[in-house]
Design a protein around this ligand. Sequence first.
Ligand code: GLC
Length: 419
Amino acid sequence: MDYAALDTKAQEILRGNDRGTYTVPTFGLYPYQWNWDSAFAAWGFSTFDVDRAWVEIETLFSGQWPNGMVPHILFHQDDPGYYPGPDVWATEGKGPIPSSGITQPAVAATFARKTWERNKGKGEAHVRALFPMMKAWHAWFMAWRAVDGAIVVTHPWEAGRDNCADWDSAMAMIEPSGVGEYTRRDTSHVDASMRPTKADYDRYIWLVQRGRRLGWDDAAMAEDRPFAVADPTLTFILMRANRDLAHIAEALGEDRSEIDSWTRTLENGAETLRNPDTGVFDAINLRSGEHTGHVTSASFLCWYARLDDPRMGAELAKSFASCRYPVPSLALSSPDFDGMRYWRGPTWAIMNAMIAMGLKDMGYENEATHLRSATRDLIAEHGFAEYFHPDNGQPAGGGTFTWTAAVWLAWASPNAEGF
Ligand code: GLC
């Protein structure tokens, strides 16, 4: 395998998706700046153009709302190829740039720290400027999304796992009446069998319409939430990000105590996500109070959050044994598993990178190495796709994908420095 050629290809993908000050996830399907995609893009850029990496994160925070929220999409310029666009979200007056009204997993502080580690001297000025913005975002999460110490998803897109099985019971409780006619754009770029269903989409849009009706006001939206799921993705990722932000605070000579108190709150909250019947971390539909019972790739982010857990170790061994290219976004043993449908089975390189980062940090070298080589083979054999079938590796969704290329450059490539 010509890994050097793949390194070059990955750089070309980042350059090709670069729109100057931000990077699109992929041409066509996702024509704007997405929040967590950008943090991964920065990590990828940091391997060959660290200045561009800083620009990526800074552009993301240039869209931060005064309340601290960092939107999940920034619509820097109109593009008719995506639905729902800025006119549907209608967030005018809420933030400096047209944007969506929800957020995404808080990976930015973690990858800002990684970028700084590659750019020790010059990076300090960037991190110093970003620090209060990152802190304000985390504070917003703690104020508006922490319920019993776990972080709650109020729209399926907020956790970045759009149609995962963890939302099914909560989605079924929504009656999307009055949603009206609309034209999806995603299925004009990608085969419908690889995308969320129409029933899902009606509810996604219905929830956007509700936010718009309430003027995207945090307090109004927190009342009587029609969709509220306590989620391992947002909880574990924010926990990890708080630890990295506290580290940054200390390195800058800033006070870290408030950030540490958030981490403690989330440590307690994370325990509520442990399913009492199975011992595995999953999600809770807060409207019914029930655990979802699904083993997803987000369950395995516990080590990334620095929670050690032998029971999860046993579960990970099962996941590794279940397919050629772990970690599947839903266990293959689940009746809901669908190997090509987005977050209902496929393997995603970013999830693998975060899971492996956690394993490595917690001393599970063998598991981290296994995941790295499986991800390397997956990308080397099947390309820089958005996601992949966990067993046969078939590439799916968008091609020439920014975060897959970034993960390759920063971690999966044999020439990568790794974590
Ligand atoms: C999809 C993914 C989400 C990602 C976005 C752009 O919506 O589910 O996680 O941020 O695409 O790549």
